[in-house]
Design a protein around this ligand. Structure first.
Ligand code: DLL
Length: 433
């Protein structure tokens, strides 16, 4: 079985990687200055010339890029190549405002596919595997991103796309797929539906799950692994940088290796914008040193993570990012206390409940009220009102201890909260501020 897709990079020495990164950064900076008016203006404003960037160490001299810059240059204003060199466009809608449009040259698609093929190989995918892809196909990068990676790895891509869970299960069964790719919340739902259909997951040849596109916890991994009888791996990416495959877990299932020869990572303090050392959580920033069409410089992802150069038992030397805690723009401020939806999920799972929940925030008489709706299991549903009140109280106490803020807990009927086929919507913030 192939252990690495590109061993010369994945197990390279630090010196070699830095040399590759330096050469690519220098090339990229010239591309930005010469072909993207936005960057020429930004560099001129701070008196920076492309020649000032001599190695990867100079990256901190470069200005940051934010999502709003892409919106201001909507749709194609940040592209560095003429139209005839573009072979694909994707877009991500986000929650507000205009779409963020991204473009790729033929080479960009090849490098992205290579990075995703590295991911699949690291998770144990081989040429003999059928890959059931339930990420959406379309402007979202999930479906086509994994698809090209699967083909590049020599496996068989099955482009099912999202939706129609009954059909998903039938295809999983009939085709005998070995690998399932979707969001972790959808994987939970598929697991639940398989159980309801009376299918024993052990009867399916499914071995591996490749889940990402949203934050998920270690507890949730354990749940999914159990309900589908697979090994579940985390995959990370964002459309602005490429799509799925920017970073991926290996057999160790502990942190995601970043394809840092294409996507150079930094962690910064989101307030001071200063770089932070290994192991310290802050905002993840990427520079697309391997991209031609949309070479973003120090792009602020808003994802809260940390990076570590610690040795990994899989033999890869590529730096790892730790499981993102969430996005800084997902963070709720409840009566002055910072709360991430992932912390709420952690508490729910720790108490042995399923992660089917929704957080609703209101402001009553100038006071923030956070309500967490959690689905009961079928067995709990037959419990007495008194018993349910006791459970609510236990959860509320655990929330107070973990979050440092009071949450009103409301147990709701089984299967009453909406299920998602893509990224789950966990928070409804009704506050008008
Ligand atoms: O979600 C790309 C993707 C597709 C990644 C399929 C993995 C699998 P966007 O729609 O642009 O792209 O959303 C990117 O999703 O900034 C993170 O906040 C979040 N995200 C993606 N992967 C993970 C992950 C795709 N593994 C945004 N863990 C990112 C936590 C993730 N958050």
């Amino acid at each position: 079985m192939k252990k690495y897709f590109t061993p010369e990079i994945e197990t390279a020495s630090r010196e070699y990687l830095r040399a590759v990164q330096s050469a690519r950064l220098i090339k990229m900076v010239h591309n930005c200055y010469n072909n993207v008016p936005f960057y020429k203006r930004k560099f001129d404003e701070i008196g920076l010339l492309p020649g000032d960037i001599k190695s990867i160490d100079d990256i901190t001299k470069l200005p940051f890029t934010i999502k709003q810059d892409l919106r201001d240059n909507y749709p194609f204003g940040m592209f560095a190549v003429p139209r005839d060199e573009l072979v694909r466009v994707h877009a991500s809608s986000g929650t507000t405002g205009k779409q963020t449009v991204v473009g790729y040259t033929k080479g960009d698609i090849e490098r992205w596919a290579e990075s995703t093929a590295r991911a699949l190989t690291a998770m144990g995918v081989t040429k003999d595997d059928y890959i059931h892809i339930s990420y959406g196909y379309g402007l979202f990068t999930g479906g086509l991103g994994i698809h090209y990676g699967a083909e590049k790895a020599g496996a068989t891509a099955i482009p099912v796309s999202s939706g129609n869970t009954k059909r998903q299960i039938q295809l999983l069964r009939d085709f005998g797929s070995n690998v399932l790719c979707c969001t972790p919340s959808y994987a939970m739902f598929i697991g639940e539906s398989i159980k309801e259909a009376g299918i024993d997951p052990k009867e399916l040849p499914l071995r591996i799950g490749i889940f990402g596109a949203e934050a998920w916890s270690e507890n949730m991994r354990q749940e999914i692994q159990k309900s589908l009888d697979i090994k579940a791996y985390d995959i990370y990416g964002l459309s602005e940088i490429a799509g799925p495959g920017v970073a991926f877990e290996c057999e160790e299932q502990n942190g995601m290796h970043i394809s840092e020869d294409y996507f150079y990572p930094e962690i910064i303090d989101p307030e001071t914008l200063e770089p932070l050392p290994d192991g310290v959580y802050g905002e993840l920033v990427f520079t697309c040193i391997g991209k031609e069409a949309l070479p973003l410089v120090r792009y602020r992802t808003h994802d809260i993570s940390a990076i570590t150069h610690e040795e990994c038992s899989c033999g890869r030397t590529l730096v790892k990012m730790l499981r993102p805690k969430g996005r800084s723009d997902d963070m709720l401020i409840i009566r002055g206390v910072n709360v991430f939806p992932s912390q709420v999920e952690h508490v729910i799972l720790q108490l042995g409940m399923e992660p089917n929940y929704q957080i609703v925030v209101d402001r009553v008489n100038n006071l923030d009220i956070m309500k967490v709706l959690i689905e009961m299991s079928d067995t709990m549903f037959s419990d007495s009102v008194r018993k349910l009140e006791e459970i609510e109280k236990t959860i509320s106490t655990a929330m107070q201890q973990t979050l440092g803020v009071h949450a009103v807990i409301k147990l709701v009927e089984p299967h009453s909260l909406p299920r998602s086929e893509g990224k789950a919507i966990r928070v409804i913030d009704n506050r008008v501020i």
